[in-house]
Design a protein around this ligand. Structure first.
Ligand SMILES: *Cc1c(COP(=O)(O)O)cnc(C)c1O
Length: 388
């Protein structure tokens, strides 16, 4: 949706996040859209809706909103991030290769290795933070390149622009899983990606009460494939979840900005705590790829990972001593969460692979929420101090 004002200024992200399309109003003046809780539509309607598996006004409102935020041409929404990933991978065929960053979200690896592999779609995993890895692009000539940055949970930073430059030379589409940043912090399409994917379950919705996924692109042919997958695989979201997400995204800039500043502040204050072996935060001076992070990200995000000088049982005990951090899967909500990746988000990845990429038993991941930053800092500090 273009929303140029009379003086020809383009509205900023914050404004666009709040002003979604209004063509649902009819004569009512309603500010918020209704929930179009319908499975079917009268044949021959002007907007060509037929059945909610292949489209619904609540999908359309959310799609046009996410499109305007990413500044892309097309968006398709799904019932989860994993459904969005399924939609993209299902466009491949037997013997095609997906060349992946080796530290992907655990369930993405599980989907590729335990589901799509059975249908002959191969996945290979390399370290995209090492530019030597670009040789593998030449050698393998994959059908798709799949990266995530910052990675979950290690917060490695992949140079999106460089990977896309390499891939585009050979016409290989690049998928960027942008869940940890959203288009507020990082714009994969602008950096050369073909597809920008988001689990809207996390920051976009932000209130831990709906699941969803979205894929944005400039390419109509790709969007046609995604819309085809949405209806033919039954990957569509519910109208209610789209409605909640449309409401949630209005405060995304406010939330993510406060959460990121809070995370950066907490990370820098905890950096030298004696119980912490290593602490990762993309914008911290100690992060090995902070220059790339600062080049492609507007903010450092609200995720922090640490390796503690504790064994597995003690690490779990540490998590339990926190007052304001709930031990739970997920991230990006208004409430702070702590997770133990090796037994939670990456439980399905085999032990050898986990250890080879650094997901050990003493690794914990924090999602900094919207609580007061000092309250969170002192909560972390009291728990760390108990193990001195
Ligand atoms: C959570 C997550 C997903 C999957 O999204 P769901 O909505 O849980 O299916 C994909 N990628 C990343 C990076 C995630 O954190």
């Amino acid at each position: 949706m273009t929303m140029k004002s009379k003086d020809n200024r383009n509205p900023s992200f914050r404004t666009k996040a709040i002003h979604h399309r209004k063509d649902f109003i009819g004569g009512t003046g309603s500010l918020m859209p209704p929930i179009f809780q319908t499975s079917t539509f009268e044949f021959g309607n002007k907007d060509a809706f037929d059945y909610t598996r292949s489209g619904n006004p609540n999908f359309r409102i959310l799609e046009s909103l996410l499109n305007s935020l990413e500044e892309s041409n097309y968006c398709t929404v799904f019932n989860s991030g994993i459904s969005a990933i399924t939609a993209i991978a299902s466009s491949l065929k037997s013997n095609d290769i997906i060349l992946c960053e080796k530290n992907l979200y655990g369930c993405t690896i599980r989907l590729f290795e335990q589901v799509f592999k059975k249908f002959g779609i191969k996945s290979q995993f390399i370290d995209f933070t090492n530019s030597e890895s670009y040789k593998t692009i030449d050698e393998l000539n994959p059908q798709l390149i799949w990266i995530e940055t910052p990675t979950n949970p290690l917060l490695k930073i992949v140079d999106i622009k460089n990977v896309c430059l390499e891939a585009n030379k050979k016409g290989i589409p690049v998928v960027v899983d942008n869940t940890f940043c959203t288009s507020y912090i990082q714009k994969p399409i602008e950096l050369g990606a073909t597809l920008s994917l988001i689990s809207t379950t996390k920051f976009i919705n932000g209130h831990s009460d709906a699941l969803g996924g979205a894929v944005m692109t400039m390419d109509k042919a790709w969007n046609d494939k995604l819309k085809f997958a949405q209806k033919s695989l039954g990957l569509q979201p519910s109208p209610m979840d789209c409605w909640l997400t449309t409401r949630g995204v209005k405060t995304l800039p406010l939330r993510i900005e406060y959460q990121s500043n809070s995370a950066e502040n907490i990370a820098s204050k905890l950096l030298n705590h004696p119980l912490i072996n290593t602490l990762n935060y993309p914008f911290l001076r100690t992060h090995s790829s902070k220059e790339i992070a600062k080049k492609q990200m507007r903010l450092g995000g609200s995720m922090i990972t640490m390796k503690l000088k504790l064994n597995k049982e003690e690490t779990f005990l540490f998590c339990k001593k926190l007052k304001f951090f709930t031990l739970a899967e997920s991230l990006g909500g208004v409430e702070s969460l702590v997770s133990h990746p090796s037994t939670m988000s990456h439980a399905s990845v085999d032990k050898k692979t986990k250890e080879s990429i650094g997901i050990t038993d003493s690794l914990i991941r924090f999602s900094i929420g919207c609580e007061d930053s000092d309250d969170l800092f002192y909560d972390l500090k009291q728990a760390l101090d108990q193990f001195k």
